[in-house]
Design a protein around this ligand. Sequence first.
Ligand SMILES: Cc1ncc(COP(=O)(O)O)c(C=O)c1O
Length: 462
Amino acid sequence: MSPEEFRIHGHAVVDRIAAYMEQVESYPIMPAVEPGDIRRKLPAAAPEAPEPFDAILRDVDEIVMPGVTHWQSPGWFAFFPANVSPPAILGDLLSSGLGQQGMLWSTSPACTEIEMVMMDWLIDLLGLPEGWKTTGPGGGVIQMSASDSTHIALVVARRLAARRAPVGELVVYTSNQAHSSIEKGAAIAGYEHIRLVGVDGAFAMRPDALAAAIERDLANGLTPAAVCTSVGTTGTTAVDPIRMISGIAAAHGMWHHVDAAYAGTAMICPEFRHHQDGLELVDSYVVNPHKWMLTNFDFSAFYVADRRPLVDALSILPPYLREQAAASEQVFDYRDWHVSMGRRFRSLKLWFVLRSYGAEAIRALVRNHVRLARELADRIRGDDRLELLAPVPFALVAFRHVAGEDATDRLAAAINATGHSYVTSSELDGTRFIRVSVGQTNTAAAHVERLWSTIDAAAKPT
Ligand SMILES: Cc1ncc(COP(=O)(O)O)c(C=O)c1O
């Protein structure tokens, strides 16, 4: 494809994306396909001869689009949001076009330095500790996902704790409400002991339960290595008491990692920052702008308070990279901050987003979503057919039908059968409940109103 042909086809693809943005609300959110339907439409082998680009685009219409789940529909209330935005899409396109590999400063100075600046900008925007800036002892790096970030935090913690005890005797603690990525990251990092600590009535980790679990493990000859707390759990967006847990972590020489994958974005509004009180005491932290900050997947912001143990754990300098490695303290070789060597120019998309909208627009988006979620929660609280199961510190509403499991499942099925709204269900202590996550970029009052009408009609009198 010549540059001239690329220009023509590129315009056609951008036109399609723009049309999709305009039309997404008209599609039923879940595609009407069965497993294997898409695969059956594809040839078994790759073509030997070139095909015209128009034929490829035709298959996008006929094969791809019928199998797409419309995460970008404003009626998307499932999981957490995975927002995209036009500036972020363009930043990603430019990143692909420039084809940078930013593993060392010298392999793309712009990729490295814009990433350093974006990570520092996020510190100011989210009220994170100053010392985490790239100009201080800490620093931030873009990872693919919160799962990767947490895994790496636990690898660093394991390396430090392994000076005190064999890896087989190390223990990781998190709450029984924490995201599964913590257990997964700990297992991949080779920990054999993972404790799921009990929570209080608001589903936050109980410091006394953590202390008791640690005492039990010490009595059995084990060594506490790391604790992972959450600011915004996946089930109910519960917030663990970071400052109190930090005190316990410090007393036992444990690494303290904070998972704020979803709710970290809310901290762009100062009124939410009391939820991250004590952050200056932790060792590492993750927030995903690819959830709620208008920045396409993948963009997970991972911070460490001290970058030396991270780089010590992940740095290996083969001879073919030695000459180009950054000798200067002013710049980073980001390949020492994650598992892969190659890395994309992902900071461009956040740079484009922040400059195109400005922070104030993102604050307005977050505040609007939180207001809509709390209004829905008020309606649920006032309806005796329904029960709200958890506080609503951010924009997630967790509720059930008082008639029980089947009624709750039927209600979720009725919402999802509308095609215009989509929710996911989960379980708390064996009780089924419905999660309504308000966070898609274009979700407005009318969409939540439509969802409420469906809930109201489907809940039926008890
Ligand atoms: C609290 C929390 N942590 C971690 C994750 C995993 O995020 P990722 O897909 O970036 O690994 C999620 C996903 O929703 C989450 O809610």
